[in-house]
Each structure stands twice: as structure tokens, then as C-alpha cells.
Design a protein around this ligand. Sequence first.
Ligand code: SER
Length: 592
Amino acid sequence: MQARELKEKYIKFFLGKKHVEIPSVSLVPENDRSALFVSAGMHPLVPYLLGQPHPSGKRLVSVQECLRTGDIEEVGDTTHHTWFEMLGNWSLGDYFKKESLAMSFEFITKVLNIDPKLLHVTCFEGDKDAPRDETSADAWKKLGIKKERIHFLPKKDNWWGPAGTTGPCGPDSEIFVDIFPDLPDENFVKGNLRGRYMETWNNVFMEYNKGKKEKYSPLSQVNVDTGMGIERTVAILNGLADSYQSSIWLPIIKKIETQTGLPYLKNQAPIRIIADHIRSAVFLLADDVEPSPKEAGYVLRRLIRRAIVQAKSLGLSENFTSDLAEVVMENKNNYAGDYPELERNQDLILKSLDDEENRFRVTLDKGLKEISRLIKKKELSGLNAFNIYQTHGFPLEMIIEEARKSNYSLSSDFQEAFEETKKGHVKLSQTAAKGKFAGGLSGNDPQVLKYHTATHLLHSALRKILGDHVKQSGSNITTERLRFDFTHPQKLTEEEIKKTENLVNDYIKSALPITQKTMTYEESQKQGIISFFKDHYPEKVTAYFIGNEKDPVSAELCMGPHVKNTEDLGRFTIQKEESSGSGKRRIYALLS
Ligand code: SER
């Protein structure tokens, strides 16, 4: 079974169990500027896990694209990916452990036809915060899993969340499949988790809220949050220990083999890194992230640069990223239809990759020069090597290789010094990232809320002044400004810009209330409510109205939240208007 079929079967199975499908949201969390990326299917559901009613009900299912930056350095082994798709089903205060595990078991054994004898499962062993999870273990026994295949593990293995430092979390139960069943049984130890026994699915029982200072308190409702990685599951279903050998990756790996003229099997780690990073870059660019020195843009830049450095280490010195990106986008079997933004932004994606590659090749040459300068001065230490690695994206092996080529003998503590400096750096950036994720999920910055409401007003004003062909094609909000992309064939005139600015300021001054309403998608379309730039919607949606609901200034489908009244926004100024690809314009605007 391949990825497309797995996705379809998963959704169909859970629809049959009275779940409602919700769409994949953008990789860049909307209105949550303190989290860089959506890293799990539950991310857009945090308010609902905490008790807010979801417009689609209590049983949800989705295929969500995710990006995990914590694993960038791990990519290169058989199972890690930066961008991936996660299948998930949720109970928001509805069913709990027994029913959830029974559904997982049914799907795995009846739909995927995995022999139950190949399964190992884990349950939480208990500690001062929560009791040993005998309920899940009993449920597994009743489903026929033998006692010796049920393993109790501590919090570090069997507890998920919160995604930041506070928020919903709980014990989990993970399902593993023995991918070498012909070998004699081995001890199920942690070291084996990623080798012989491959993890396919995690059922998280989100019944606690972690507050500040290590305090866990029961949530007002008990939830289930599950996540099944598509890449790993497809590998398991095809008996592959290396997920990069599945059909998901094959066209990309083949293209890299052609570009470098080298076989995958002899160059696995660098080829996996190139494949993973360019695929991630494509999906980030599709969601309007641009390479930059900051935040999400910096992660994108790092991914592209790491891929280029790896390609260079394989002897590939010409531009290759946009050709490879075309193969990722053509992979109809996996992604076609699910991510219309790939097609919509195709030209921009290819151009951005080319531009970034051209820019980086200049830096890369500077890095090589810096290495040769340090070699000449006999100053190539572990610390200096780390600086080159950090600034120019050179991997250690390449720096060592340059030293070898010049017959330069590195000091005995060279590697150790490099690793120590890197460890200190990783710790620092992880702490920063954690802090970043934390704030965002629990609360929204008031400035971000204002910019979000201003985005709706700008959208509406542009449609009034330029015409109904204007449609939002992307947006990005920080605490300092808003960026808004929309369809329009030519540059705006000074007059059009001024008119738009004035109209938004009129709306603001009119002190219009903002209200929300839940309705079916069909109903929203009948009412002519504007839908956002992602093209797929669940059956039940939330509409936000600005002004009188009967004749609103703006009516858009949106997840919110917004300010309560437009008078909170202050003064709106358009700072810049420019092209953002063919047939598209971009506006930067400020509130003051
Ligand atoms: N949130 C859990 C995970 O990411 C289950 O979806 O593994």
C-alpha cells in the first residue's frame, strides 16, 4: 500500500466511526507568531483540547502537514524527516482509552492487514504526576496482545506534550511493528525502538494540563490525540527498514542519483539529507515562507543551504535545487490535489530556490576561502570550525576534508572541541525554541490579533477598490507589521494605494463590532462569505463578520481570534506594494 491509499483508507475508516474530516492548515501557524511551525496534527486544536467547542464536533480526523525543526540534525538516518504528513484522529471529550485503542487495533489489523502477532505496545508506567496506565494495558490484553508484548515505560518515553512548556498533555500508548519477524524475539529495549521494532502510531490521552512550575492538573474534559506518521507506516507496509526506500521518496532519490551520478546505497546519509531538506523547502515556500535571516525564513534558508553543502560534498557544484523541487511537486501520487498551494506557487517556489542557491554559492566560496586562510595561519581549531559550520553551513566532514587535502594535521582535541561548542549552541537554541512555542499556544499577542483583523479589512477594501477578482493568496503577521498577498494583474497606482488606506481607516474609525458564527460550508458559500486561500474546508466552518452581520464590511471564513471592535486598531498605513509572482501583488502595512 502506498501513501495515497493509506491516507484515503485512514480518512474513510474514521468517517465510518462518526469522525468529521478537518483540513490540513498551513505550516505557518495563523495568529500564533510565537510558534514557528505546525509540528503535530493537534497544534491547530489546542483551544478545543482545552474545552472550547469545535465547530465540526467532538470526533475529528485529518491529514496534517508538519515540520519539526528539532530533528534537522537527526536527518540522514532511516526514519527522521523534517517535513512529513501526519494522520490523526481526535476525541474532544468524547471517547477515551478503550475505544481509541480498539479503533487503532481494528485499523491496523483489519484495514492495513498487519498481523497482530507482529505488534508490540507501550503504556505509561506511572509516577508522582499520574498513575500507571493499567486501563490501556487491560484494553490491549482484551484486544489479544500478549502480556509480554505490553511494555510499561517512564514519562520520557510514554508521555506526550505539552507542545510548549504549558498546555494539554498526558500519558500515551505507542504501537510498534516488528519489521524482521523471522528473526528470534529480542528484548524490547529503547535502543531497539527505531531498528527492529518500528513505531507507527501514538495514542495520547490528553487528560492533564501542565501549568507553570511542573504542576499537572486534570483538564475539564478528557481527550484523545493520535498521530500516525505516513512515511514510517508506508515503510512498514512495504517491509522496509529504510523509509527513504519507499515510493514516497523514490522519484526524489532517483533524481539526486542522476544529478550527482552517484548511487543512493553508497551515499545514503547525504542523499537522504538533500531529499528531505528540499522537500521541506518546497512545502515551506508553498506556504509563503521566504528565505531570510530570521525565524521561519532562517529555518528555510538553513534547509536549502544544508542540502547544497551536502550536494557539494558529493561533487555537485551546479544549481540543482529547482530541478529537484520540480520532481517533488510532480509527485502526484502523494500530494496532487491535497496541496493546491504547490501548483499555485510553483513559479515562485522554483525562482526562490534558484535565487537562494545563487546567493549561497557566493557564501560557500567565502567559507572555503576562510578555511584555507585558517589552514595557512595554522589556526583551524574546533572552535573556528564550528564558527564556519554555523556561518556558512559547512558540515564538519567537509572542513576535515579540506584540511586533509592541504595535508594539515588537526589537533587531537579538534573534534571534541567542535562537538562541545555545538552542544552548547544547540542547547541555547532549543531553549529559545521552547519558549517560542510555549507562549503561542496558550495565548495570542494582542498586537497580532489587531493585525489579523486589519488583514480582513484590507482584503475587503482591496476588493471594493480594485474589484472582486482580488483574492487573498497568502498572509504573514508579526507583532510589527502585516504582509498580505493577493491576486491582481498589475501594480497598484498611488491613488489606489491611498484609497485603500483611507477606506481601511474609515472602517477603523466607524468602530465596527466583530462577531463570529458557526455554519455549514455550503451555507457560508450561499451567503457569499469569502473563503481563505487554502482550498479545502470541513463541513462546519466559523465565519467572522466585521460590522452589521446582515450587511457586513467583511465576512470571511477564519479560525480567529480577532479584536472585539475595529476602533482598537489605531492608524493603518500601507508601507510598501510590490509584485509577489506572476499575477500577484504584495502589501506590507503597519498599525500605529
Ligand atoms: N501529538 C502526538 C504526536 O505528535 C500524537 O499525534 O505524536
